[in-house]
Design a protein around this ligand. Structure first.
Ligand SMILES: [Zn+2]
Length: 227
């Protein structure tokens, strides 16, 4: 397999380029800017991470309202009404989710850019196809060359929805392998990084190592400043 970064031809089955140590995978490219890029197609009917996220937010706010209402009224009736409301909200959110999934053609295409300082989640436009790497009418430069990091740049510039996690501000990394997702959390934002099963370990390890390094660096800096 040809290394996307330095061009060296490596034997099949080798995971890291023999010349430049870049990770080798048919799904992931390493651009000239040294960042790893890949496209992930989230099947909204198989992977319910988006729904779980909605439930988490709803659940927390609902729980808080329930506690306040119960303390204020001290009545069991309130609990029953809340239980019924809760069931209704769950059913409505499932219907809303299925409509949302249908509206997106059952999938959600995301482009990821992972560098030494940060990892970026960029939502691709609805008509973006993983195989064609083409977004019609978007003026996507990279589409012509099939170069993922160029596609990422032009999507970024076209104000596509994106979320950046800078490693040094990350407080927690949590991986859920069976849903192919790595949650990269800062105090107020929780980024979701998806990776194909066969590349999951590499991405997970890369993010964890870099978050750890960034933390150690800022600790050392703090120590030096204290001296
Ligand atoms: Zn290489």
């Amino acid at each position: 397999m040809n290394c996307s970064f330095c061009g060296k031809e490596n034997n099949e089955g080798i995971k890291f380029c023999e010349k430049c140590k870049s990770y080798l995978s048919p799904n992931i490219e390493r651009g000239k800017d040294r960042k790893y890029c890949w496209i992930y197609e989230l099947n909204l009917y198989k992977n319910f991470t988006v729904l779980y996220t909605v439930w988490l937010v709803l659940g927390i706010s609902f729980g808080l309202v329930l506690i306040v209402a119960f303390i204020a009224s001290k009545s069991v009736k309130v609990l029953i009404i809340f239980a019924l409301l809760f069931v209704a909200i769950v059913i409505i959110s499932i219907i809303a989710y299925l409509l949302y999934a249908a509206f997106h053609g059952g999938k959600y295409v995301i482009l990821f850019e992972m560098g030494p300082k940060e990892v970026v989640h960029i939502v691709a436009p609805k008509d973006f196809s993983k195989d064609k790497k083409l977004a019609t009418g978007m003026g996507v430069v990279g589409a012509l060359t099939g170069n993922l990091s160029l596609i990422g740049q032009s999507l970024y510039q076209s104000n596509a929805k994106s979320m950046t996690s800078v490693y040094k501000s990350v407080s927690k990394v949590k991986s859920v392998r069976r849903r192919n997702v790595i949650y990269v959390s800062e105090t107020l934002n929780k980024n979701q990084i998806y990776a194909p099963s066969e590349d999951f370990d590499f991405v997970d390890d890369f993010i964890r190592t870099h978050v750890e390094e960034a933390k150690n660096q800022s600790k050392n800096k703090a120590k030096q400043n204290n001296k």
